[in-house]
Design a protein around this ligand. Structure first.
Ligand code: CU
Length: 390
């Protein structure tokens, strides 16, 4: 790499810090260095083309982390935690962000997917295409987005490896979708990185799988959406439909087509308590987060009985009762069945935050940030990456 390219790269990393990159993992209590076992892209910028192969495991890698040859051993049932920070050298908030992980206006869902591969160390070539199944998701719970929970957890996203999957190499894809500009076409921002894992101690279930790219389309109700509606509500009235396939669970597979009930929450936990087990450059969390308070799968309030499905959603409504959800089983060609995600409770009214424009610099113009959606000039209704709430 030439000095010029390297300089450009470093500059890009420096200025695009309102974005985020998943850059280190831990497995249960064992942590790995920054970049180990991760296909690390060249910068922290988002992908906005749902049809791009880069939607699978992001773009070309950064020097020094290119195609990490490490494959991290895990056991089925282990918890793998990914550390999101707004750039590769972040030690806390800076002039572009209000926390270490991702600037808080980047509201949206947080998810994780897995794909079985022949050799996880070859993630760039293995990543795009069929084979993906979703293992965790958090969309909108009341007024709290998955991104809010992630920020509260200091940028740590924990995912439980399903106990019933086959042994072998897998890619574990951590994903954030930021919706602050998503009222404009194709303006949802996809952030993702893939960890390279070798799973042992599993069983024999083959989940139904999907293609990335292919799981999303630009007009999905969870991707082309104004999360700041005309009544000044920060969230959609009709709840939020998480994009992509349903979450695969082993309970689900075991049900083999029978109706059953499952716990309302699936895979993702984002827990500050695991912060100390992830070794990156120092993770600094807010004082307000140092109380040890965790946000592990908070129980979901029971939605109103008269709640109906969002008009934008094609999901069949599920019946919420006592925190459990009735499963709609879908027979697939694979052994697994799929479960409809738990209905998200209807958001409560929420005063619209006051925003200011122009107090912070927008991203300097670089070849990357030129592609970055800027705040709408009309009424200033959409916050950009660097417009903050006050
Ligand atoms: Cu951003």
């Amino acid at each position: 790499m030439s000095v010029k390219v390297l300089t450009s790269l470093l500059a890009t990393l420096g200025v695009a810090s309102a974005h985020t990159i998943m850059q280190a993992i831990s497995v249960n209590d064992k942590s790995y260095p920054q970049g180990a076992g991760i296909y690390m892209p060249a910068d922290n910028h988002f992908i906005d083309d749902v049809n791009s192969d880069s939607l699978a495991c992001n773009g070309a890698p950064v020097t020094g982390f290119a195609s990490s040859s490490e494959v991290i051993p895990v056991k089925a049932g282990d918890t793998v935690t990914g550390a999101w920070k707004h750039d590769l050298t972040a030690t806390g908030a800076d002039e572009y962000t209000d926390n270490i992980a991702i600037d808080s206006p980047h509201k949206g869902p947080v998810m994780a997917y897995m794909k079985k591969v022949s050799d996880a160390a070859e993630s760039p070539s293995n990543a795009p295409g069929d084979g993906w199944f979703k293992v965790a998701e958090e969309g909108l719970n009341g007024e709290t987005w998955g991104v809010d929970t992630l920020i509260d957890a200091g940028g740590l996203q924990s995912v439980k490896i399903p106990t019933c999957v086959e042994d072998g190499d897998y890619l574990l894809r951590f994903e954030i979708i930021a919706l602050h500009n998503a009222s404009l076409p194709s303006s949802a921002q996809f952030y993702m990185e893939c960890a390279q894992l070798s799973v042992s101690g599993g069983a024999s279930t083959s989940p139904e799988t999907y293609s990335i790219p292919g799981i999303y389309s630009a007009n999905d109700p969870g991707l082309f959406i104004d999360i700041y509606n005309s009544e000044g509500q920060p969230y959609p009235d009709g709840g939020y439909t998480i994009p992509g396939p349903d979450v695969f669970t082993c309970d689900d597979a075991a049900a083999s087509g029978e109706k059953t009930t499952i716990s309302a929450e699936t895979g993702t936990t984002m827990a500050p308590s695991t912060a100390s087990s992830v070794v990156v450059s120092p993770i600094i969390t807010d004082d307000s987060d140092s109380t040890g308070t965790t946000k592990i799968s908070p129980p979901q309030p029971t939605p109103p009985a008269d709640e109906t499905s969002s008009p934008a959603s094609s999901e069949s409504p599920t019946t919420a009762a006592s925190g459990a959800t009735e499963v709609s089983t879908v027979t697939s060609t694979a052994a697994a069945t799929t479960v409809k995600p738990t209905r998200r409770p209807r958001p409560t009214r929420h005063p619209r935050p006051t925003r200011t424009h122009g107090e912070k610099p927008v991203h300097p113009t670089t070849f990357r940030t030129m592609m970055h959606p800027q705040p709408s000039p009309v009424g200033g209704e959409e916050p950009g990456c660097d417009v903050e709430y006050v």
